[in-house]
Design a protein around this ligand. Structure first.
Ligand SMILES: *[C@@H]1O[C@H](CO)[C@@H](O)[C@H](O)[C@H]1NC(C)=O
Ligand SMILES: *[C@@H]1O[C@H](CO)[C@@H](O)[C@H](O)[C@H]1NC(C)=O
Ligand SMILES: *[C@@H]1O[C@H](CO)[C@@H](O)[C@H](O)[C@H]1NC(C)=O
Ligand SMILES: *[C@@H]1O[C@H](CO)[C@@H](O)[C@H](O)[C@H]1NC(C)=O
Ligand SMILES: *[C@@H]1O[C@H](CO)[C@@H](O)[C@H](O)[C@H]1NC(C)=O
Ligand SMILES: *[C@@H]1O[C@H](CO)[C@@H](O)[C@H](O)[C@H]1NC(C)=O
Length: 326
């Protein structure tokens, strides 16, 4: 939801920017009103400032507009829907389509981080350690794929940013309190702990004859929906998060689980399931490891498998050179 709002904002931009900068702000936000921010002394963003040219100022201006759209969406969600999964903006109600673990908050975490909004970052950072991943809302099925890309990915990339270039955004406890707490794990450390807890719970998905995971899980009795096959994207869009979790924790099991499932995609059988080099069918039998078809493409259900081939190579070009070749 938050993502599509941001995309809408981007699509609207070219027409808006065609206006002279001093016209009335049609959006009601602060960035577009008042003083002409394109002038020499607007204070500047990272790429603006007195040295920026027209193109730099335009980029900075656009970034401010996207940030305002994000803050509007976040504030509505936080006021009316948090910590549920999503806001229903027409009547300010909420719903839980992603197992009730606060999907919009965890999804928005890295967005708030790259926008460097410390207020929102810390609202989410305080919340994540309180999520109980053992219980799914109304015992609804848990999607291994959705849970990996949103929750696991959100927590791990937030952890990376807060341990690295954006460490200044996490609220620090006053020194006296942190001394009294005798080096208890802080909320940033708890992000990794929560990621590990979630992966430990999810890991039974891979308990199949081949190691290819089941996608739809029932946490209440550690079962699945009984499907005997899984798809290209749902099998092949796990390996980055699970590998990174192993790299961060030192427990190699997460990477092994995801990479074993992935191996049936990197070495597809039967040969007919790869009608063009590297381009695969969609459905894979999790008992036999064999593709069931040769129909695929770049569409939903397939696309992010190809995305993750590239990402694995970018992640570590020596360990994952074969992902590029595939
Ligand atoms: C000015 O604009 C160009 C893009 O047209 C950009 O590559 C360049 O780095 C900008 N900034 C400065 C200070 O020249
Ligand atoms: C809000 O709207 C949704 C449909 O968008 C509906 O399902 C829900 O029942 C409404 N909630 C309330 C409290 O009116
Ligand atoms: C962060 O977002 C809030 C809205 O949740 C906004 O009021 C505040 O101005 C933003 N702060 C910064 C530094 O952008
Ligand atoms: C590593 O993770 C796996 C998967 O959750 C778990 O079963 C195992 O106990 C962990 N190993 C260690 C040494 O913590
Ligand atoms: C698990 O629970 C669901 C209902 O929540 C039930 O339909 C299913 O048969 C159960 N599976 C097993 C293996 O007990
Ligand atoms: C997958 O293979 C098993 C074992 O051959 C078979 O029982 C099952 O029906 C197959 N599933 C599908 C969806 O074809």
């Amino acid at each position: 939801m938050l993502r599509s709002l941001c995309l809408v904002a981007l699509c609207c931009l070219p027409a808006s920017l065609a206006r002279p900068a001093s016209t009335e702000n049609p959006y009601g936000g602060s960035t577009w009103g008042g003083n002409n921010p394109w002038g020499a002394n607007y204070g500047g963003g990272p790429r603006g400032g007195n040295n920026g040219n027209e193109s730099d100022r335009q980029a900075w201006q656009r970034a401010q507009f996207v940030k305002e759209a994000f803050e509007l969406a976040w504030d509505g969600y936080y006021k009316y829907a948090f910590p549920n999964d999503e806001l229903l903006p027409v009547n300010n109600s909420f719903s839980n389509s992603r197992n009730g673990w606060g999907a919009s908050a965890v999804d928005a975490f890295t967005t708030a981080l790259v926008m460097e909004n410390a207020t929102i970052v810390n609202e989410i950072l305080d919340f994540i350690p309180t999520i109980n991943f053992a219980v799914s809302y109304k015992d609804e099925l848990v999607s291994l794929f959705e849970t990996t890309i949103r929750y696991l990915g959100g927590m791990l990339s937030g952890y990376d940013l807060l341990k690295g270039p954006l460490a200044n955004l996490a609220e620090k406890l006053p020194t006296m309190i942190s001394l009294l707490m005798l080096r208890q794990p802080d909320n940033v450390d708890k992000l990794l702990a929560q990621a590990q807890t979630l992966a430990d719970i999810l890991s039974y998905a891979f308990e199949s004859p081949t190691g290819i995971p089941s996608n739809n899980l029932r946490f209440n009795n550690r079962s699945t929906d009984g499907a005997t096959d899984n798809g290209l994207a749902t099998i092949g869009t796990l390996v980055l998060e699970w590998t990174h979790l192993s790299d961060l924790t030192g427990n190699a099991t997460y990477a092994q689980l995801a990479q074993r499932g992935e191996s049936y995609l990197l070495n597809p059988n039967p040969a007919s399931s790869e009608p063009w080099p590297g381009l695969l069918g969609t459905n894979v039998n999790i008992t036999t490891g064999l593709f069931e078809d040769a129909a695929g493409g770049w569409s939903g259900g397939d696309d992010s498998y190809y995305e993750y081939l590239l990402k694995m190579f970018v992640y570590d070009s020596s360990r994952f050179a074969d992902y590029r070749d595939q």
